[in-house]
Design a protein around this ligand. Structure first.
Ligand SMILES: *Cc1c(COP(=O)(O)O)cnc(C)c1O
Length: 394
């Protein structure tokens, strides 16, 4: 079966009780047993729920995985991966990751005896150099957030495998439609289903997919023991979004490419980053390991923070908001929003400067999106007296 057929059918047969064509929202906390130990596979809803099972099976199929586990959020899934580790273990993490990933690793998990090295993985040799005797996990995102750098998955996975180190790839930005890290050698794939997979900015969720029976059993044990599980309605919303993931991603890619090409022509814009542009430093690598370049575009506005503030206050279709991957276009300022929990010196060193703007290009008509950016950029460069408030980080 191919991608969109799997997205619409796997795990989603007609309900045996009433024949409902669409998976029901099984809103229950417990399950009546016919006798002691005699049940239909479910005892308590933290441990398992049929709506969640359907989503887990469907997501696993889309990442070519044997096993899937869903969580209450992407960060709950990230946290679950750390339950494969023990105090004293060392983790190598890409140095351009979601701000919340940095926060849970560096500001939370270090208190429990884990240590982290944040490494620029554009040269896989730096990953090899960072390995210590107690390195147990390599974690990365590609394309990275927010700079859209592409890391060489097969090369990094190979380095990890030769040392017996677990690898986890946060595939949120690409979605399983554009990239399948397990096929490129990763042990675990992590998703924030809040983003492209859900696709409609109406639900928060996360998932881990793997082919490794041992890791799956440990993660499943902790999913139940810790309890950060998604509710059945949330699972149902993600499943509903998932059905159109393929068709949405095709439009996101097409629109983002046109927006990136438009931004390149703008005198007030510098440094447009989009993996689909031939001048992107890893464009060839992106072509090798991805089936499309995604819906995210970042760029720098000339004039720094004041110009950014004016731009953010002027777009009408691009909403100023956290998050990404929905059908509607969003505009954001990584330095104060998604990456606000990273100290400023580190942000600047990594290129997450005050002038950097991130777009999540939606699937509206691209002519309207370009017109909106065009008028907002024109206004942003004319000095204004009013100031726009930059929202606090979440
Ligand atoms: C949003 C996001 C997360 C965190 O997911 P939540 O669902 O918000 O907890 C992790 N990784 C990436 C790349 C994200 O964009």
């Amino acid at each position: 079966m191919k991608f969109s057929t799997k997205a619409i059918h796997v795990g989603q047969g007609a309900d045996p009780t009433h024949g409902a064509t669409i998976i029901p929202i099984v809103q229950t906390s417990t399950y009546t047993q016919d006798g002691l130990g005699d049940h239909k596979g479910y005892e308590y809803a933290r441990t398992g729920n049929p709506t969640r099972t359907a989503l887990q099976e469907c997501l696993a199929s889309l990442e070519n995985a044997k096993h899937g586990l869903c969580f209450a959020s992407g960060l709950a899934a990230t946290h679950a991966v750390t339950t494969l580790l023990s105090s004293g273990d060392h983790v190598i993490c890409g140095d351009d990751v979601y701000g919340g990933t940095y926060r849970i690793f560096q500001l939370v998990m270090t208190r429990f005896g884990l240590t982290f090295s944040f490494v620029d993985m554009t040269d896989p040799k730096r990953v090899a150099d960072a390995i210590r005797p107690n390195t147990k996990l390599i974690w990365l995102e590609t394309p990275t957030n927010p700079l859209l750098t592409i890391y060489d998955l097969p090369a990094i996975m190979q380095i990890a495998k030769s040392k017996g180190i677990i690898t986890a790839v946060d595939n949120t930005f690409a979605s399983p439609y554009l990239q399948n890290p397990l096929d490129l050698g990763a042990d675990l794939v992590v998703h924030s289903t809040t983003k492209y997979i859900g696709g409609h900015s109406d639900v928060v969720g996360g998932a881990i997919l793997t082919n490794n029976d041992k890791y799956h059993e440990t993660l499943k044990y902790h999913q139940n023991a810790v309890g950060a599980v998604p509710g059945p309605f949330d699972c149902w919303l993600v499943l509903r979004g998932l059905k159109t993931l393929g068709i949405r991603m095709r439009q996101h890619c097409e629109n983002a490419m046109k927006v990136a090409q438009f931004l390149k022509t703008q005198p007030t814009v510098e440094n447009v980053r989009y993996p689909g542009l031939p001048e992107h430093p890893q464009h060839d690598l992106a072509k090798r390991q991805m089936r499309g370049f995604g819906g995210m575009v970042t760029f720098n506005v000339k004039g720094g923070l004041p110009a950014v503030q004016r731009l953010l206050g002027r777009t009408k279709l691009f909403s100023l908001a956290e998050s990404l991957g929905g059908v509607e276009s969003l505009i954001g300022h990584p330095a104060s929003m998604t990456h606000g929990s990273i100290p400023k010196e580190q942000r600047d060193a990594r290129g997450i400067t005050d002038g950097l703007v991130r777009l999540s290009v939606g699937i509206e008509d691209v002519d309207d999106l370009i017109a909106d950016l065009s008028q907002a950029l024109a206004g942003a460069t004319v000095a204004q007296t009013t100031t726009t408030r930059v929202p606090a980080q979440c």
